[in-house]
Every structure is written in structure tokens, then in C-alpha cells.
Design a protein around this ligand. Structure first.
Ligand SMILES: [Zn+2]
Length: 196
């Protein structure tokens, strides 16, 4: 994780006519006495901190743009967990999927179904919260609600498209999971990339 570096306030002090010596609010350009705490400035600073925390900090990229990508990525991840849960329940039935007698084989060994389902459900809930948080910050920073909603929808559609395509072709379970892993990696790289 990259830490936001404290910078000196950019404002000029009215009393001394010199540049203010206070530290700017994290991610912002001015200290709290020079408007750093005003709503819009605060929201933008929060985004920069968020972006830096994700290791995506880059002064050439609009933080709002990066935040939109985080919304898309997070929505895609939540959608993946949701689809996997759904497929599991469709296949085994809710009752069977919830008990620990069924064994779910994965790349990292087998899991008892109930345990696996509870884990997935937890991951999905966490990711939905995270996605909602990104979306809220994006709107607070002045991005249009519609734009944020489109970014979220994009992530969901991406995953639904890939899953529909996977159902159409006949991949072995190994090929399918290798493909999904490659896709997840590509999505991460795309989100972290500095090109718009
Ligand atoms: Zn200042």
C-alpha cells in the first residue's frame, strides 16, 4: 500500500503574505484553515487517499476516473461471487448446498458445502459494501450518479457475459478455472493500468 505523502498547504497567508506553513489535509492541497475541510475538497481528498491505498496513485490520471474503475472492478467481483453462489444452489438445491455433507472441489482442495457457501456469501456482502462505498465517494466528488451507475453495470455485465460464454463452450473444469483466473488477472491489470 502506498501512503499519501503530506504536502505543504498551497495557500498564501493573509497576515504574513507568505505561503502557509501548515500541512495540507491528506490527499488535498490546502490545510483545514484554508478551506481544506470544505465538502468538495474533502471528498476529492478522500478519493485520492482511497486511490493511493489501492496502489493506483498517479498524478496524471483523474482520481475520479480511477474511482469509477474501482466501482466497475468491485461490481464485477461481487457479481462473480453471486453467480457462483447461484450456480451452486441451482445444482445442489439450497438445502443440500447449506449442509456440510456435500464436498466442493476447488483448486485448493475440497471444502464442505455449507462452509464454502457461507464464505462466498460473506465475500459477496463485503464486496457489495465496498462497491457502494466507492460509488458514494464518486458521487460525493461530483461525478454524476448516472455515470457511476453505468460503471457498476459495466462490471456486472462483463462477468455475466463471460459466464454465458463459458456455458456455451465445453471446457474441462481445469480449463474453465484457468480461464477465470486469467480473466481476473486481466481485469486487475486493466483497472490498475494508467491508460484511460
Ligand atoms: Zn494553510
Amino acid at each position: 500500500m502506498t501512503k499519501a505523502i503530506a504536502v505543504q498547504c498551497k495557500a498564501i497567508s493573509k497576515q504574513t503574505g507568505q505561503r502557509c506553513k501548515r500541512k495540507a489535509l491528506p490527499g488535498g492541497e490546502v490545510c483545514r484553515y484554508h478551506g481544506g475541510a470544505a465538502g468538495q475538497v474533502k471528498a476529492k481528498a478522500a478519493i485520492r487517499v482511497e486511490v493511493m491505498n489501492w496502489g493506483l496513485g498517479d498524478s496524471h490520471v483523474d482520481p475520479g476516473e480511477v474511482l469509477l474503475r474501482l466501482v466497475t472492478q468491485s461490481a464485477a467481483r461481487a457479481q462473480r461471487y453471486a453467480s457462483e453462489l447461484e450456480a451452486l444452489i441451482d445444482e445442489e438445491g439450497l438445502a443440500a448446498a447449506m449442509v456440510d455433507e456435500l464436498e466442493i472441489p476447488t483448486n485448493h482442495g475440497g471444502y464442505k458445502a455449507g462452509e464454502y457457501i457461507r464464505g462466498l456469501a460473506q465475500l459477496e456482502a463485503q464486496e457489495r459494501d465496498r462497491c457502494a462505498g466507492f460509488a458514494m465517494k464518486a458521487v460525493a466528488a461530483g461525478l454524476a450518479k448516472r455515470t457511476v451507475r453505468v460503471a457498476e453495470r459495466q462490471g456486472q455485465l462483463m462477468v455475466q457475459m463471460v459466464q454465458a460464454a463459458l456455458r456455451e463452450v465445453d471446457l474441462s473444469p481445469e480449463q474453465a478455472s484457468a480461464f477465470k483466473a486469467a480473466l481476473a488477472r486481466q481485469a486487475r491489470e486493466l483497472t490498475a493500468s494508467h491508460e484511460v
